[in-house]
Unconditional design. Structure first.
Length: 468
């Protein structure tokens, strides 16, 4: 008989407190309670390698990896040691620190397709700065963003295109138009519809599928023919597709590109990089064009964060990180899809995407995407010691972690199959999760959670993982 994790007493108590103090109970929408089943860890106490422990002492193999920000593993020794050493010398001064030059040099030696870089703290600042710069360079207002890619910024130019656009003026919403990935004809139609009006096309280099028929190169050519900048968002693909970014993997040089997440292995740092002719518009030396307020953040150049980024880039450049991610991801995908097929669930559950950034689909009895079945899968994997809103591997996911993961998913899919046969409501405890971008909340999502179930021994042993 399986020993299932059932004790979330401390998490449940903290949830109630958090909702009184923090809108939504979390500072990141993707980490909110509405994204997880009721039977889930509400708060993480610590992490080491690819393992995390919640406030109730339950241990999990983690696959969200800080929303893909932790590529090497939690508390990775080389990164933590570099940040700690720098922090002892102070973290923020009235004038720039030398490490800002060191970090910029390390970045441009890693992302060789860029000529200049400016750092900030989050991805939204970087992408929004790229948009502002493109508008200044072109003298145009419209932005084309890829509608297939779920998130670009917390700022109005993007959020205005989502269901959560309350508070954003209609005039701002009208300044962003959408296009489909791998659909060059749609891009052409936008240029025909808005001649001489589009400042930039922004998209991720890939969400898992490779560009077809030289799509990225053809889109860049089309942009330049129409006087439009070509911007790549590499928040996710950077340091997962290739150490030099997806732009290196696909052999394309964007006008501007934005990095973050794995750049600091969980430390808060992001970057806007690109061609000198555009980036210098945000500087103090060029005199022929109006100045662009590119990026200026009090905490954008914290020294310990830059030390962490330098250490992270050093590991990526000198160790087979990407190769390990690809190997483990391919191993995990093949094994899980085989398990799903063994349960007769190949048409209801599948793993897909780039091996270093896997996701999964949860379909109902009619073959339609289902939040209820996603919640059930999360519930049952959590009970078996996995925290897997995605299946994103890190450098510290070892073969035994993959093996134990497949075993846990095997057990969860056994429940999934029963739910297809007898109804998901018989197996899912409480309400299902919901999508982030929704116009209204549902009453069921904000209702009080039930009392926690009696505690049971955890299924996973406490084990040390490589962290350096």
């Amino acid at each position: 008989m399986e020993n299932l994790i059932q004790d979330f007493e401390n998490s449940d108590r903290l949830r109630k407190r958090a909702r009184q103090l923090i809108p939504g109970g979390a500072h990141t929408y993707a980490k909110g309670d509405d994204q997880y089943p009721i039977l889930s860890p509400g708060f993480i106490e610590k992490g080491y390698g690819c393992h995390v422990w919640d406030v109730d002492g339950n241990e999990y193999i983690e696959y969200g990896m800080g929303n893909r920000a932790v590529g090497l593993g939690h508390a990775y020794f080389h990164v933590v040691d570099a940040a700690r050493a720098e922090l002892e010398r102070g973290c923020n001064f009235t004038r720039p620190s030398r490490i800002e030059i060191d970090c910029a040099s390390a970045f441009l030696e890693t992302i060789t397709t860029a000529e200049m870089v400016k750092f900030c703290k989050n991805g939204s600042d970087a992408t929004s700065a790229a948009i502002r710069l493109a508008r200044a360079v072109t003298g145009r207002d419209l932005i084309a963003r890829c509608s297939d890619h779920p998130f670009f910024s917390v700022d109005d130019w993007f959020i205005g295109t989502t269901e959560m656009n309350a508070g954003i003026p209609k005039a701002i919403q009208a300044l962003t138009v959408g296009f489909k990935y791998n659909d060059l004809e749609r891009a052409r139609s936008l240029f025909s519809q808005y001649p001489g009006q589009i400042a930039a096309f922004i998209l991720e280099a890939s969400r898992g599928e490779d560009p077809k028929d030289h799509y990225l190169h053809e889109l860049k050519r089309l942009c330049h023919e129409n006087g439009t900048l070509f911007i790549l968002d590499e928040m996710i693909t950077g340091f997962r597709w290739h150490t030099g970014g997806a732009q290196k993997a696909y052999g394309i040089v964007p006008d501007l590109s934005c990095f973050g997440k794995a750049l600091g292995n969980g430390f808060s740092i992001s970057a806007l990089a690109g061609k000198r002719e555009f980036m210098e518009r945000g500087g103090i030396e060029q005199t022929s064009k109006p100045r662009v307020f590119l990026l200026s953040t009090t905490h954008g150049a914290e020294t310990h964060t830059m030390a962490a980024a330098i250490a992270t880039m050093h590991v990526y450049r000198h160790e087979p990180v990407v190769e390990h991610l690809v190997r483990q991801g391919n191993l995990l995908r093949a094994a899980v899809n085989q398990v799903a097929a063994g349960h007769g669930l190949a048409n209801h559950f599948s793993v897909h995407g780039h091996p270093a950034c896997l996701t999964y689909s949860t379909l109902d009895e009619e073959g339609k995407p289902s939040q209820a079945f996603r919640s059930l899968f999360l519930q049952e994997t959590i009970r078996r010691g996995l925290l897997a809103p995605s299946l994103v591997v890190s450098y510290t996911h070892m073969d035994d972690d993959i093996e134990r993961t497949v075993g846990a998913i095997d057990g969860a899919l056994g429940i999934y199959k029963k739910a297809l046969e007898h109804g998901v409501e018989k197996y899912l405890i409480g309400r299902p999760s919901d999508v982030v971008f929704r116009r209204f909340n549902q009453q069921s999502l904000v209702a009080h959670d039930p009392e926690p179930m009696p505690a049971a021994p955890t299924a996973l042993r406490s084990s040390e993982r490589r962290s350096g």
